[in-house]
Design a protein around this ligand. Structure first.
Ligand SMILES: Nc1ncnc2c1ncn2[C@@H]1O[C@H](COP(=O)(O)OP(=O)(O)OP(=O)(O)O)[C@@H](O)[C@H]1O
Ligand code: SF4
Ligand SMILES: [Mg+2]
Length: 347
């Protein structure tokens, strides 16, 4: 691991779910780095495997629903220790989860317990060293968590997340969508993690509230040495705060590069179409239409050849026969045979 620059390195991650007596490969050969103090965007259409990556990194793929088939992930702690969170023992991840690495889940409203006030829910996250304990016993402890140290942590996290302290005694149904999101940010911040995974932090919020949430995340990133993985459909939201991006297609990484270069000069034909569709920047993708057709759904991913081939205007014979590896481009990497000889997508 490059411990000077990176906080997280993921290599060859493959995850599958047990579905209908078979295996559904949701994520395949995914590799990326998160820089210390940096923000990485994971962008892709619905079903491309974004949440699955987050769940795998947080150890949240339950044994009855699926498994990490292959790959590794290593985390570089502040004190220089390198900890395997995938590929090592589950206990290694248990040490970090909720403390060094936390998650703002995709559906924060559903993640909140409707019968519990917000304060004990954040306090529960503050006592995350109880990871090994049974849920009921953690809940009981969190309800009793009124001691000064925990209160101090909860209040500090609420302040950082800009969650109003007088709403800490509210039940989830009494909060607006933006406040629910802020309570999830507070819960993620309560143990001062070094890495936060924010899964669609602005989805379902109106534009003004989404902007406020983004600005809070940006503030957090700049005010302390916090690294962020931001999972999103919305590349414009990602552009507000992310330095690097991974573009996912059908469970695989199709492009990995600095976000600015993906926006202004996308390389992979899918990224080109995506930028064209999202940003309508016809001048940088002149002659290439927005991506036509739909992505394949997990379970029907091709086992051989490029998964984007059916929709690709540049398809060659080799594209149906072999999986394109991630190849070097002028800005980063693209999983596309067009770059085999250092070529670029023709615009
Ligand atoms: N627990 C599960 N059991 C079975 N299949 C699952 C499970 N969770 C996800 N999947 C499937 O894995 C694939 C990837 O899902 P995932 O939630 O990771 O996608 P996503 O990119 O986060 O999508 P979205 O943008 O809609 O949140 C999908 O086909 C989904 O149906
Ligand atoms: S590998 Fe072939 S089919 Fe896939 S994106 Fe590149 S050119 Fe298109
Ligand atoms: Mg998701």
């Amino acid at each position: 691991m490059n411990r000077d620059t990176n906080i997280l390195e993921v290599r060859g991650l493959g995850v599958e779910y047990y579905v209908g007596g078979g295996l559904l490969r949701a994520v395949d050969g995914v590799s990326f780095d998160v820089k210390k103090g940096g923000a990485l965007a994971i962008v892709g259409e619905s079903g491309s495997g974004k949440t699955t990556i987050a769940s795998a990194l947080m150890g949240l793929i339950m044994s009855w629903e699926g498994r990490i088939r292959e790959g590794s992930a290593v985390f570089g702690a502040d004190d220089g220790e390198i900890i395997e969170i995938i590929g090592g023992g589950a206990h290694e991840l248990g040490r970090l989860r909720g403390r060094e690495i936390s998650l703002i889940p995709q559906d924060t409203a559903a993640a909140l317990d409707p019968l519990m006030r917000i304060y004990p829910q954040i306090a529960e996250a503050a006592t995350a060293d109880n990871v090994g304990k049974k849920e009921k016993s953690r809940r009981r402890e969190a309800r009793r968590a009124t001691d000064d140290a925990v209160r101090e942590k909860v209040m500090a996290a609420a302040r950082k997340a800009r969650f109003p302290s007088d709403a800490l005694d509210a039940y989830p149904h009494q909060l607006s969508g933006g406040q629910k999101q802020r309570s999830a940010i507070a819960a993620a911040l309560v143990n001062s993690p070094s890495l936060i995974i924010a899964d669609e932090p602005t989805s379902g919020l109106d534009a003004a509230v989404a902007r406020e949430i983004l600005s809070t995340l940006k503030e957090l990133k700049s005010s302390r040495r916090l690294s962020i993985i931001m999972i999103t459909h919305d590349i414009r939201a990602a552009a507000e705060m992310c330095d690097d991006a991974v573009i996912m297609y059908a469970g695989r990484v199709c492009e990995r590069a600095p976000l600015k270069s993906i926006i202004h000069a996308p390389k992979h034909p899918y990224s080109v179409g995506l930028m064209n569709a999202i940003l309508s920047v016809s001048k940088i993708t002149d002659g290439v239409k927005p991506v036509e057709g739909s992505p394949p759904v997990a379970g029907s991913f091709k086992t051989r050849g490029c998964r984007f081939a059916e929709r690709c205007a540049f398809k060659m014979e080799i594209c149906e026969k072999s999986d394109p590896p991630l190849l070097k481009t002028s800005a980063g990497y693209a999983a596309c045979f067009l770059f085999q000889c250092g070529g670029e997508t023709k615009k």
